[in-house]
Design a protein around this ligand. Sequence first.
Ligand code: C2E
Ligand code: CA
Ligand code: CA
Length: 744
Amino acid sequence: MNSNGIISFRDEEPLPPEDFLSNRLRVLTVDDDHVFQRSTSFALTGIKILGRDIELIQAYSFSEAYDLLAQDNDIAIALIDVVMETEDAGLRLVKAIRESIGNSEVRLILVTGQPGTAPVHTVMQLLDINDYWTKSELTKERLQTILTTNTRSFSQVKEIAQAKESLESIVTASRTLYAAHDLKTLANQLMEEVSRIFNINNDGLVYAEFDTSFHPTNRPDLIIGTTSKFITFINQPLQHIKPEKIRYRIEKCLSQKKSYYEKSFICLYLPKTLAGSDYVCYMESSRQLSSTEKKLLQVFSMNICGCLNNVALISRLDRLAYEDEFLGLPNKNTLLKSLNQIIQSDCRDEYQLIIIDIDNFSSINTVMGINQGDALLRFIAHRLRHCTHEEILVARIKDDIFALLGSEKLISIDSVKQLFKRLNHYEDTVNTINFSSVTFPLFLPATSAQSILTQTSIALKSAKNKGINQHVIYQPEDDSNTVYRFQLLRALQQAIERKEIFIALQPQICLKTGAISGVEALARWTLSDGTRVSPAEFIPLAETTGLISQLGKQIIEQSCAAARDLSAIGYSTLKVGINLSILQFERDDVVSYLLSSIKKHAILPQQIEVEVTESLAMQNFSSIYEHFQTLRDLKIRIAIDDFGTGFSSLACLSQLPADRLKIDKSFIDRLTFDKRSHAVVKTIVELGERFNMQTIAEGVETLEQLNTLKTMQCHEVQGYFHSKPMTLKQLIKWLKKNHPIQHH
Ligand code: C2E
Ligand code: CA
Ligand code: CA
């Protein structure tokens, strides 16, 4: 941009765009002097300006010219006489054209009968006039020169205006594209936007060449998006495209690693270095783009590359984290996600969840061998998927446990039984496959998907204790846990009142330097008889009963006090991570509580980091977003906990004001032997990089895990490998031994 804020492309002499050349040059003369009009018309007959014929339009008064110009913004040049019905009609016309009509593009040439009628320079400056001549000076030759220079500048001005408009479109378009969730949608939007911005037909396709080491479940080359014209080629490899010339064009574009802008097509090369994989967007065209348009398309391509990269990362994460690779079914994460969506919807009453467990599967495995067992699982999975309505979610929870989720109109336990009857002819053997099930109608009260799954698993276990072929409908009363939970709740209430719940602190280590950077505060509760209750058990209980407010405040107090004590002995840069439940944001003013606690203990906000689990942050995105923003403004750090299990959408992630992502422990557990988990972790580290967030892996227990994370350039680790969570006293001892303060 130059100082006027106008986009200019200096490196090439701007040639008029092609469509511009084919048009006639429209010139308007405004004068009440018929003699001048006639002689101008005569002088311009048969001549060409920059190769273009002239179309002369004549107006004889201010109002006639005004109306013409107000309706027609294609007039390139207007020659205007100063004196018409009034002394200054011409000057008023100029002002009206620029201001009330708002046409800043038409070139205005003022003419006058007598020299000195208007003070040339002031008028020209004030009124944005491009030229000023007396009639006697306007010989035929001069007229041609004037028209030539003004035509040139008109086409420049016009092109700059178009470029500006297109750039604005590009900015808007990029915003739309950023919201795309999958590559196919993005590819289709991309073509739509290109066709809209550059005014060409929306006929085309987008081809991708994936890096197979990164896309283990994708085929390496694929047409990922098409407009309706090429719809038959969707998801096909390049060789299948007809006519073949399209394939050659795309191949050329890939091998030359550059874009082509021909008269009949555009082939945009979106390179791997920017987009993560090589992509080609092929679009048919019916005209040659101008050089400015080509440049704009390049700018646009750069933006697209960023979008493609983001979407590819997210969709890869989706595939890896939400699919059971072995059976090709959605996994437990997907089930939880759908279940959560349903229980929050208005029609949850119509839905049910059926959990199926194959009876004696382990003995089938022992008797028939693991391979046969696997084959059987595949067979069951295939049947469940293909013999149930497509709107039913069929997922594998683990091992031989499956889930069916959907409207009770579409699925019932009886239909599943029928299905298993047919299964018994499996491979001509007369094996009987029995199974047990629990049906959970979703009109039953339950606040979270996780609690539904826990309750059904308990019911499933107790059903299976009774024998094989057990099919039960979940009854809230038969929750044998109820009594226990009630007792636990009373004990929890008491423990909170007596302030018996304490925090344990677990170190977080920087992988590059080996230095300790912070600790996470984890709640610890020991019953009077010495049994420890896991926070995984009592925190959800505190959440569903409202006790979390009080408990949460105690934990904040203790954490700030710990930060103060650590500062006091020289560890002032250590951050203390506090786990916050979403309810604390929604019900309590946890942010101001946190702030007052920080003040009270005379620590810096930078010493505190809050951890919020991904799934909760994403479900309540709009409400949590503002709280996060406030925390950010206060300089309190934010970490997204259990990242990778929470269904982040790209749109949310790109807006999320978080400092870091905590990679969920389940992926670290399987990091060194499961390709998929390895890919998930790698993807998360990359996502972090793209969105400028640090990454920390939790649950690191072995050196092998640590080294793998190091090569992936994950920033920090936390886990038993370095230390279990400790009391503050133990931590201080541990710090002095392992991370003594360096005194200079
Ligand atoms: P989290 O925030 O994901 O915490 C990490 C959990 O992993 C902790 O379990 C920690 O002790 C454990 N852990 C860390 N390193 C390792 C390792 O190397 N191996 C293994 N096997 N485990 C490791 P913990 O303390 O039982 O906490 C469970 C969950 O309870 C936490 O998960 C968090 O969601 C919740 N929680 C704990 N304290 C609080 C709290 O003060 N407030 C809230 N709202 N939630 C809390
Ligand atoms: Ca945590
Ligand atoms: Ca976690």
